[in-house]
Design a protein around this ligand. Structure first.
Ligand code: ZN
Length: 185
């Protein structure tokens, strides 16, 4: 799942975590790959290695909690980051061997990550059908949210609320001017 992780970021940003930092959401959604893929390319370690395990997830959670408790008081961002990291693990349809590392045994070095080759295997050869379907679902959900957000209810309600607000401000201004005039007479 490549584009799917991006779609999950979009879903999070347009629904529950609208005010949260987009860059943090994106980093959390691609977190395991950000750690594992360079290690695979540079050191020959598995492309889905220890950073895709629950042990590293637990360590990242503890470090993030310590950082957030000291630096900021926005628990929503921390919550969003954790959910998006979990969504990455779920979307990758990981083997138990990877998820439960090191308790399920050691991980073997994988082939070197090549982006073009991965794209071909995903979207041309359909080697990972479950992930592809999950990805299609995520993209469809994102498109539905975008559509509903900008072309139906929310767009109308946003426009309506803005016009209602400006109307109320004008009425309030008119009322205050009239009451000031009455006082002068
Ligand atoms: Zn991954």
């Amino acid at each position: 799942m490549i584009i799917g992780h991006l779609a999950v970021v979009g879903i999070a940003k347009l629904t529950f975590f609208e005010r949260e930092n987009l860059a943090v959401l994106a980093v959390a959604s691609f977190g395991p790959d950000i750690l594992d893929k360079p290690a695979n390319i540079l050191l020959g370690m598995p492309g889905r290695g220890m950073s895709h395990s629950l042990v590293v997830f637990a360590i990242v959670c503890i470090l993030a909690c310590i950082y957030w408790l000291r630096m900021t008081k926005n628990p929503r961002l921390l919550c969003a980051a954790i959910i998006l990291w979990v969504s990455h693990l779920a979307g990758d349809f990981l083997q138990w061997r990877v998820l439960l590392w090191p308790f399920w045994g050691s991980l073997e070095p994988g082939p070197k990550f090549l982006f073009a080759e991965k794209l071909t295997s995903y979207y041309v050869e359909f080697r990972y059908p479950y992930q592809l379907w999950f990805e299609i679902i995520c993209i469809t959900v994102l498109l539905c949210i975008v559509f509903s957000k900008f072309f139906t209810g929310n767009a109308l309600s946003y426009g309506s609320s803005q016009s209602l607000k400006s109307l109320l401000l004008k009425l309030a201004g008119k009322f205050s001017r009239e009451s000031a005039q009455e006082k002068t007479f």
